[in-house]
Design a protein around this ligand. Structure first.
Ligand SMILES: [Zn+2]
Length: 240
């Protein structure tokens, strides 16, 4: 049976309204999503100053939600892109690839600092997911060296503890404009056709998915049909 991994990206104080709605959408389908937490969203929302948000994540973690570090600030402020970075990011993000341009040393520094901040708040991240899944291979190596069990890009999960990689193209949406929203719906149908028998299926939810009525409806529809044929599990199942 296919195993289903669902995550909510961009868990951060300014986005908690939508994050909590996504959580309820998952809970209604008996799915406990992983939570991708950003320690200081866009450099203006340090978690240390948002006890309500931290408390919410801790309560969900106590209910079984796995916690992941999702960048330090999420955006690319102050990191100039080179040509190759532009090519890698083309059409994929609105300057939200914090780790896109980072070397090993810079990535490791941010991951270490992010882990320290989350742990000081009583959270225990098991993995790292770069914002928009954009990073050089160095960043995944840095996550492994920082002692984390998992990292991922949009095609592959890296399970360091189990020394395995799992191919699993991710289903995600974009609510940014009608064209992208409807493109997301086409992608969702394709994933259903191509990946229904896959051993691991990943579904990634973003607060912005709820911004467009078409993507908001599609998120519920896809969770309905995937949770009907696949077993919702956590990443820990990849590497027990
Ligand atoms: Zn994100």
């Amino acid at each position: 049976m296919t195993r289903l991994l669902v995550t909510i990206h961009d868990v951060a104080p300014p986005l908690m309204g939508a994050v909590e709605r996504l959580w309820r959408i998952c809970a209604a389908r008996r799915v406990t999503p992983g939570l991708l937490v950003v320690p200081d969203w866009h450099g203006g929302s340090p978690l240390e100053q948002h006890a309500d948000c931290v408390g919410w994540v801790r309560s969900r973690a106590a209910e079984g939600a796995e916690v992941f570090l999702h960048g330090e600030r999420h955006d690319e402020a102050g990191s100039p892109r080179g040509f190759a970075d532009h090519v890698r990011a083309f059409g994929r993000t609105n300057r939200e690839g914090e780790f896109l341009t980072l070397s090993y040393a810079a990535a490791r520094e941010r991951i270490d600092r992010g882990l320290q901040r989350l742990r000081a708040l009583g959270l225990n991240p098991i993995g790292f997911v770069p914002p928009a899944w954009l990073a050089r291979p160095d960043a995944h190596q840095a996550a492994r060296d920082a002692g984390l069990a998992f990292s991922e890009d949009d095609r592959t999960i890296y399970a360091f503890g189990a020394r395995r990689t799992v191919a699993s193209p991710v289903l995600r949406w974009s609510g940014r404009g009608a064209l992208r929203a409807y493109g997301s719906l086409a992608q969702a149908s394709l994933r259903w056709t191509l990946q229904r028998e896959a051993p691991w299926m990943r579904v990634a939810l973003h607060p912005g998915d709820l911004d467009h009525p078409a993507t908001a409806a599609s998120v519920e529809r896809e969770l309905d049909r995937w949770s009907a044929v696949a077993e919702p599990v956590g990443y820990a199942r990849i590497a027990p």
